[in-house]
Write a protein that binds this ligand. Structure first.
Ligand SMILES: *Cc1c(COP(=O)(O)O)cnc(C)c1O
Length: 341
């Protein structure tokens, strides 16, 4: 047992095969007991429901080393709950919360040498997912499923500090009203691929999706929720039934209110009012917060007062406080940190 000899600060955000992953199969109405395996490939029917009808959901969370040397995960109970909600919407069986957390613990322990050291900026990214595995040709939910959880070390999201990004108001929609935008389903990502490739070709880092019904309200990007800071330091996040409830964003709202004493509000946010905000950030597990410096709406530029050089001051405080909580430098609210022991 020895830490892998990896160049932690330079591994990037890529898949790297690790030693073991967790697998459990659902058949005849029940999950089996689950096991760790070294097998990194999946063998399923050529007609598996996931391959034909995209019946698959996933989660994403991280394990990392705190300042005092413990290996921890951040709020895995919320990932478990969200995955249950995702399963329900796609007519998949729930994977029980206690078992989800147990799978997280087992996978991190089995790959403990891949957990990056404190201070490296790198983390061990965990990817739980579930898919319909038996053959389905007439459209209906699968009867058999596989839940898997693998991990892969990932480098610091921002090499050399978080530089503000430029995003565009997107003409494609991410999620329909009453659709699946609020669950973490692979299908939401499949349909965002063209939009993000197109955005990159046009020189933008990300897409700002609007509500599909009226195209007047801000929703989110392909994989991160918006946080705005008003000129009088209030934190605002868009409210919509088609936004994926980011655990990072929900945690940042608590941090803003309870640690920084800021007023927070979740409400509909119109594209028209974005020009009046002082700061804008994108929230998700991967980067915690990516600062947005500029939003381009069909040639019309909205330049946030925080500029293109660094994170806005409030965004920075939010970022420092939440990462401080995660890394064990600041006391966490009850139940936020799951120690792997
Ligand atoms: C996963 C995801 C997020 C971020 O959620 P976190 O729980 O903070 O990682 C935001 N938007 C979408 C569409 C997502 O899939």
């Amino acid at each position: 047992m020895a830490k892998k000899d990896l160049d932690w600060s330079n591994i990037g955000f890529n898949y790297m095969k690790t030693d073991q992953r967790y697998v459990s199969n659902y058949k005849d109405g029940a999950w089996d007991e689950g096991t760790m395996t070294t097998e990194d490939t999946v063998q399923i029917s050529e007609c598996a429901c996931v391959l034909q009808y995209a019946q698959t959901i996933f989660e994403g969370l991280k394990a990392y080393t705190t300042e005092d040397g413990r290996v921890v995960c951040f709020r895995p109970d919320l990932n478990a709950e969200r995955m249950e909600a995702s399963a329900k919407r796609l007519e998949m069986p729930a994977f029980p919360k206690e078992r989800f957390i147990d799978a997280v613990v087992k996978t991190v322990k089995a790959n403990i040498d891949y957990v990056p050291p404190y201070g490296s900026g790198a983390t061990l990214y965990l990817r739980p997912y579930m898919f319909g595995s038996n053959a389905v040709i007439g459209v209906k939910p699968a009867e058999e499923y596989q839940f898997r959880l693998f991990c892969t070390p990932v480098g610091p999201y921002f090499k050399g500090g978080a530089k503000p990004i430029t995003i565009r108001v997107c003409d494609f929609d991410r999620a329909a009203p009453h659709g699946t935008g609020h669950i973490k389903a692979g299908l939401n990502y499949a349909m965002s691929l063209h939009a993000i490739v197109d955005a990159h070709e046009q020189g933008f880092d990300e897409n700002m999706y609007l509500d599909a019904a009226t195209r007047t309200k801000v929703e989110e990007t392909g994989g991160a929720n918006f946080l705005f800071v008003t000129k009088d330091n209030k934190i605002i996040t868009p409210k919509s039934n088609s936004i994926l409830p980011s655990i990072t964003r929900r945690s940042l709202m608590v941090v803003a209110e309870k640690y920084l004493g800021l007023e927070v509000e979740q409400r509909e946010v119109y594209l028209d009012e974005v020009k009046d905000f002082a700061e804008c950030g994108l929230c998700g597990t991967a980067a915690v917060i990516s600062p947005v410096g500029k939003i381009v709406d069909h040639g019309k530029e909205i330049c946030l007062p925080s500029g293109m050089d660094e994170m806005g001051p409030v965004t920075k405080k939010l970022y420092d406080t939440l990462t401080g909580i995660q890394m064990g430098r600041i006391e966490a609210p009850e139940g936020w940190i799951k120690v792997i022991e």
